[in-house]
Ligand binder design. Sequence first.
Ligand code: ATP
Ligand code: MG
Length: 418
Amino acid sequence: MLTQAPKGTQDMLPKDAHRWQTIEDNMRSICALAGYREIRTPIFEHTELFQRGVGETTDVVQKEMYTFNDKGNRSITLKPEGTAGAVRALVEAHLYADIQPVKLYYANCPCFRYEKPQSGRLRQFHQNGVEVFGAKDASVDAEIIDLAMKLLNANGIGDLELNINSIGCPKCRSAYHEKLKGYLSPKLSCLCETCKGRFERNPLRILDCKEDAAKLTDAPAMLDNLCEECAEHFEKLKGYLDALGIRYNIDARIVRGLDYYTKTVFEIITDTPNGKLTVCGGGRYDGLVEELGGPATPGIGFGMGIERMIMVQDLRGVAPEAPALYDAFVVTMGDEARKEGLRLVNELRAADIRADIDHANRSMKAQFKYANKVGAKQVVVIAGDEMEKGVVRLRDMTAGEERELPRAEAVSAIAQAK
Ligand code: ATP
Ligand code: MG
């Protein structure tokens, strides 16, 4: 118990730190190029925010939330996704009053869902994501899709398949719901219990049900029943994606799990030896800001699972190698030499050279062995002789060559050979 992490959680171990950091660095640099600024919202929010924001009828809210009462008897929920918190912050801090569009990103955001733990499905996972508020043109839909593809590519994830759909707006959706219910009602008795419950409240979600979807392949599609405005928006999106050279499939069956979506929804899938995996999902939510108490403001965003990306990198054999820990290692013998070594290490670090010295009282031979193990390309030796002569010995570990040089030149020589 004591030495086991809770079910569905995962440590980020030092051997993988470079992978997490690179994914996060790519997020920051690619988003910054497009004018996105970071937002960090609390890990927990009032439960009502997700009930209203993510939607009562969604699996996330019905089955997957980590909800508890705090000591003040408030119902609190650990965030299952990033959008609702970002919208709450937008409204609370009046960010919408700023120049629009408001372009936000979050990096390495912890998310919690009480799911059945299995491969690629955790109870605590992390997302990178973006949200854009105040832009209703489909050019921004294309922009965030482009960003998502670039981010995945930057992390070595190729063979991307982009699937897009439009699920309309409340106006065209309510007419479509009636049509869909007409199609579904004679089939209702054959549907699963969950879908029977969805019939009245959210019939569109039935088409996304893992159990029932296969029986409903001839259902009318939302895409064929869009109002003029939504149809035009979707046409524009396709035109912008074409202009950017981004290939896409139109998949009228994408519904997405969260209730708040309007118009554009999309998923990005990659191929692995274990089959296809979704690495990113997103969409437009033009009614959400108003639903959560702000002024009517269009919004769009995506979320990308970091653990999922790392798993895909492993499956596709593109996991980046860990960099060596040090560029240089200082080997010393004797107390005075050790002091000189500590000073040299400090100088090296100040010159942006990753360096260290033995901290375990090892013999010289063991210090060399250690330097080799940690991948230091250069070793600096300081012992009694060198101290007397005011020199150091510099050993190039790859070439196996050694030379003596004045102590004063050590840092620049190492920097040059780095
Ligand atoms: P799925 O259909 O896989 O359940 P979802 O629709 O619930 O996905 P989103 O809410 O769109 O997923 O979340 C965006 C991304 O977050 C997913 O594409 C995935 O990479 C990641 N993700 C979602 N749930 C989990 C989880 N339980 N563990 C790890 N990553 C997750
Ligand atoms: Mg899910």
